[in-house]
Design a protein around this ligand. Structure first.
Ligand SMILES: NC(=O)c1ccc[n+]([C@@H]2O[C@H](COP(=O)([O-])OP(=O)(O)OC[C@H]3O[C@@H](n4cnc5c(N)ncnc54)[C@H](O)[C@@H]3O)[C@@H](O)[C@H]2O)c1
Length: 254
């Protein structure tokens, strides 16, 4: 039997022009979901490239643009996504930003930028879809957090604490909406080979150090992350909510 678990369903993936988000969009399209891929206008060329990859493989993909940290923009692109797809069944909050600095050197605006995109963005997009999910009596939310949100890392106080907030938000929202048929889970990637992930290993020695601290002895790749996301969106995860699953090759164990 061929599993087409996304047949008749649609998914909104934020920040899907590249990296982990693009891989998630491609995976959902391969499962038969109608993908609405979202990113900031500056990423239009890369988002169109992702769309072309999906369409060339026979999948369905439409695009919306905006900024997850801007409440008005979120309302607009969520409404556009709903108009395009008819309804959204799965939301993947993947959009995120990272910068590196010691606490001494983090400018207050940079602190806010991390929280605005990573934390407030996740909250805003969830909020914009909750009424539709409630009306349908079902909905799946998968928040891309980070193992950094569980253990922290030097130079990433603003990033890691914003991701810890995403994990906490996941725990709380899951409890608030469980009886409406909505599940809310988080995936916590380890160090994944993307533009963002490469901040963790800018030279050969740092790359080796990353591999050494990973039980599996290697980096993660975007395709390593997508299975967990697809699982949380699937019927197989119907009794799972409020969880934060590490996908890190064995860097942390709780
Ligand atoms: N790469 C890693 O090692 C790693 C580890 C743990 C968690 N993560 C998380 O995974 C997610 C994807 O990261 P990635 O590694 O693919 O990074 P990336 O930088 O390659 O991709 C991030 C995407 O988010 C988009 N984005 C940024 N600001 C946005 C905004 N305001 N509105 C909409 N989209 C916006 C970017 O344009 C980009 O397409 C992020 O949430 C990140 O924090 C990544």
């Amino acid at each position: 039997m061929i599993l087409r678990r996304g047949e008749g369903q649609s998914v909104l993936v934020t920040g899907s022009s590249r990296g982990i988000g693009r891989a998630i969009a491609l995976r959902f399209a391969a499962e038969g979901y109608h993908v609405v891929a979202m990113d900031i206008p500056r990423q239009e060329a890369e988002l169109k490239e992702a769309q072309a990859l999906i369409r060339d493989a026979g999948g369905r993909c439409d695009l919306v643009f905006g900024d997850v940290s801007d409440p008005e923009s979120v309302k607009t692109f969520v409404a556009e996504a709903r108009a395009i797809a008819g309804h959204i069944d799965v939301l993947v909050n993947n959009a995120g930003v990272l910068s590196l600095a010691l606490v001494d050197d983090i400018a207050p605006d940079e602190w806010d930028r991390m929280y605005d995109v990573n934390t407030k963005g996740t909250f805003l997009v969830c909020k914009a879809l909750l009424a539709q999910f409630r009306e349908a009596g079902k909905g799946r939310i998968v928040n891309i957090a980070s193992i950094g949100g569980k253990r922290g890392a030097p130079l990433q106080a603003h990033y890691c604490s914003s991701k810890a907030a995403v994990i906490s938000f996941t725990h709380i929202l899951a409890q608030e909406v469980a009886r409406d048929g909505i599940t809310v889970n988080a995936v916590c990637p380890g160090i994944i080979d993307t533009e963002m992930g490469r901040n963790n290993y800018r030279d050969a020695a740092a790359l080796q150090a990353v591999k050494d601290k990973t039980a599996m002895g290697r980096l993660g790749y975007p395709d390593d992350v997508v299975g967990a996301v697809a699982f949380f969106a699937s019927d197989d995860a119907s009794f799972i909510t409020g969880q934060a699953l590490n996908v890190c090759g064995g860097i942390i164990f709780h």
